[in-house]
Design a protein around this ligand. Structure first.
Ligand SMILES: NC(=O)c1ccc[n+]([C@@H]2O[C@H](COP(=O)([O-])OP(=O)(O)OC[C@H]3O[C@@H](n4cnc5c(N)ncnc54)[C@H](OP(=O)(O)O)[C@@H]3O)[C@@H](O)[C@H]2O)c1
Length: 379
């Protein structure tokens, strides 16, 4: 008999607690995956830090987690692309509105995932290596390709002819940014990015033609100089506070669209408890003011600055194009590299809370991974 366990968040702000969980059953179009490796994302830490301010539809206790890699142990009706025993990487969408934040979330030994948001892994690719991908590659794809974001052309992803159009990625060393660089290159675009100097060589290996240090107060000017009159197809702003310099780049280069992955303020500084807090009030006041100012400054200059929702690809043609067509092929041919590098933060579900705490302190070009030894194999 299989036995399931999860890292639960029992109430808003609470630390994760490991205990038994119901064994999920795959519905039509779903897979039951035995999780061997999972990643922690800023989203998990943000939800835990924010209580009910965001994701107000979550009905606690719930399970967090978006990124899983493991083995398919059961398939639901109408699934044709996978069979039992397949090694896969998948985007667990339980936290999204209308989904089940227990059976469909990643921080557990067995999870059900949408087969359209899963990709087969090549034999040589370790689960922990692949688990870095799901939310990051999906968010990057949403920002680049969704029609209401940068709307870049992804019709020949993987064998697109080179174009003389530039994508600017602010925050290329982030998980989202490093995947965006690779997707944009696969779609034929030139890429200019920012990262700390220690990551510049890595940015070039991913396909960026130039990388500038975002700590340099003149980074935006240097990007404008490097664009040198080329057409800027769009700007992807990743990392807290990245929208402002991106707006400046858009104004000087004629770019008309900015897709933003991050809020203008960090949510990590607030106390993790219910009740009134001056820090929280100030933080949300700053969030409101900066967002309003940014929208005002961009609109008056004819620039569309939109906030990305990574899960948008689940209900648009971008999802199947990335997860069904692009990823299985490019991972098998070592085209798209799992980025960033996996850093094993621990083994077993109880290691997830510490990994989330470490993530709040900041990581550089790394994804924190927790490995799971299957509780039991076979039924
Ligand atoms: N909207 C959505 O659907 C969605 C989905 C996923 C993530 N996100 C957001 O996207 C952001 C990135 O997430 P992630 O998981 O990709 O992050 P991550 O990999 O954990 O980000 C770490 C990287 O951030 C870079 N960085 C830090 N401050 C920066 C700055 N001011 N400018 C440029 N780069 C900076 C660092 O680069 P160096 O090491 O080179 O210094 C570091 O490597 C987060 O804000 C997250 O909340 C949004």
């Amino acid at each position: 008999m299989r036995h399931n366990e999860a890292a639960w968040i029992d109430s808003p702000y609470a630390d994760l607690t490991t205990r038994e969980a119901p064994m999920p059953t795959p519905g039509p179009g779903q897979l039951l995956v035995e999780v061997h490796a999972l990643a922690v994302n800023p989203l998990d830490a943000i939800i835990q830090s924010n209580g009910t301010v965001m994701y107000g539809w979550l009905n606690y206790p719930v399970i967090l987690g978006e990124d899983v890699a493991g083995v398919v142990v059961e398939i639901g009706e109408n699934v044709t692309r996978f069979t039992v025993g397949d090694r896969v990487v998948a985007y667990a969408m339980g936290l999204e509105k209308g989904r089940d934040a227990v059976s469909e979330s990643g921080f557990q030994a067995y999870v059900v995932v949408d087969a359209r948001l899963a990709a087969a892994l090549p034999d040589a690719m370790a689960f922990e290596e692949a688990a870095v991908l799901p939310l990051a590659v999906s968010t990057a794809a949403a920002g680049l390709f969704e029609i209401d974001q940068l709307a870049l052309d992804y019709s020949h992803l993987g064998d697109a002819a080179p174009r003389d159009e530039v994508l600017v990625v602010w925050g290329g060393a982030t998980a989202v940014g490093g995947n965006a660089i690779q997707l944009a290159r696969a779609a034929g675009y030139r890429v200019i990015t920012t990262a700390s100097v220690r990551n510049h060589d890595e940015m070039k290996r991913l396909g960026a033609e130039a990388a500038f240090d975002y700590h340099d107060p003149k980074a935006a000017d240097r990007i404008i100089e490097a664009v040198n009159g080329s057409v800027v197809a769009g700007i992807l702003a990743v990392a807290v506070g990245s929208a402002e310099p991106c707006l400046r780049i858009a104004r000087s280069t004629g770019a008309t669209r900015i897709a933003m992955a991050s809020p203008p303020v960090s949510f990590y500084g607030q106390p993790r408890r219910r009740g009134p807090s001056l820090t929280r009030m100030r933080l949300f006041l700053r969030l409101g003011t900066r967002t309003a100012l940014l929208q005002l400054r961009s609109r008056t200059r004819g620039i569309r600055a939109t906030f990305i929702w990574g899960s948008a690809i689940a209900t648009s043609p971008v999802g199947p194009a990335i997860w069904g067509d692009y990823l299985p092929e490019t991972l098998a041919s070592s085209g798209h590299r799992p980025y960033p590098k996996a850093h094993i933060a621990g083994d077993g579900l109880p290691a997830i809370q510490a990994a989330m705490d470490t993530l709040r302190q900041g990581v550089s070009a790394q994804k924190l991974i927790v490995t799971l030894n299957p509780i039991s194999v076979g039924s």
